[in-house]
Ligand binder design. Structure first.
Ligand code: SF4
Ligand code: SF4
Length: 312
């Protein structure tokens, strides 16, 4: 029997999530609490209902059909009480600005549930297209939290000769990193020494996770997000360098900052707390110089996309 999988998005031609052109499944749910997260709606087990205020015409039809009083609509205001929502979807079907565009309308429920088999059947035509130029990436959220679904999707992909990549923050308990033998060509390893200033120091966890993944015959590419005030601090840079040197890693990938970070906070009603969202260029320069001056090679996007390393 096929396992259930929850995901909140699929990208069919991504060039940011591994080598080559990737079909990316973004799994719902994450255990990290990164203050710079650009998909805050992915953290919970089910995403809150998303609402695009700019496109709302204040017709009030959603208020009329919702049995849980989530919507309050007046001539010039639309307030959502999301905690009452049971994800029934009635307001989405009633909304005249949504029903032609169910995934991108004024209202949307991004979390989808399928069996892995159903999802794989849906992805298959796209995977055939990228079989020679890329592969599948399991991202999130944190894909490995849905351990059974993750492994089943990886097994199906491998049985069709698809290159596989899994993204992880490095912050999971041991059990989630077990049983992946032969299923993963590449891990994109997040190196989250902290996710929310220095109060949370996850250094031991990151080292342990890396050691567990090192036991597999997989490539591990360390990725550090460029985050002003966090990953560019002297503390974080020193931690990163120690880690890379201890594991004899010569190359790193610096994940560009998403300039559109506020988008999903606005849509989901989740509070935006990150203050340095306009300063990523400063962080980028500092981080590149630091790593280069310490003998590290920065993997650029062109190399990251190179097809030559594909193993199946
Ligand atoms: S999904 Fe259902 S419960 Fe949630 S706001 Fe819409 S109608 Fe109300
Ligand atoms: S039904 Fe759609 S357009 Fe009308 S008030 Fe609700 S969200 Fe806005």
């Amino acid at each position: 029997m096929s396992n259930e999988i929850k995901y909140f998005d699929i990208a069919y031609n991504s060039i940011y999530d591994g080598q080559g052109i990737r079909v990316v499944v973004y799994f719902q749910g994450c255990n990290a609490d990164c203050i710079w997260c650009h998909s805050p709606h992915s953290r919970l087990k089910i995403s809150p209902i998303l609402f695009n205020e700019e496109k709302c015409i204040h017709c009030g039809l959603c208020e009329q059909v919702c049995e849980n009083n989530v919507h309050t609509v007046t001539k010039d205001k639309h307030i959502l009480n999301r905690k009452n929502c049971n994800y029934c979807g009635k307001c989405i079907l009633a909304c005249p600005m949504t029903y032609d565009f169910l995934d991108i309308g004024v209202l949307s429920l991004p979390t989808k549930t399928n069996t892995v088999k159903e999802l794989f059947d849906k992805l298959s035509p796209h995977l055939k297209l990228v079989k020679k130029t890329g592969g599948i990436t399991l991202g999130g959220g944190e894909a490995l939290l849905q351990s059974k679904a993750c492994k089943e999707l990886l097994m199906l992909s491998k049985s069709f000769g698809i290159n596989t990549t899994v993204e992880t923050s490095g912050l999971l308990e041991d059990e989630y990193y077990k049983g992946l033998d032969g299923l993963v060509d590449t891990f994109l390893f997040g190196m989250r020494f902290t996710t929310n200033y220095k109060e949370n120091d996850y250094t031991d966890r990151v080292y342990r996770s890396y050691d567990l993944l090192s036991k597999y015959n997989s490539e591990i590419i360390p990725r550090i997000p460029i985050i002003r005030g966090h990953t560019d601090t002297n503390w974080y840079l020193k931690k990163s360098l120690e880690f890379l040197q201890k594991h004899n890693i010569k190359k790193i990938y610096l994940n560009p900052f998403n300039e559109n970070i506020k988008h999903y906070y606005n849509l989901s009603g989740i509070e935006f707390k990150f203050e340095n969202d306009k300063m990523s260029a400063v962080a980028r320069g500092k981080m590149i110089n630091f790593f280069k001056n310490n003998g590290l090679e920065i993997v650029n996007k062109k190399e990251f996309m190179s097809e030559k390393k594909f193993s199946r």
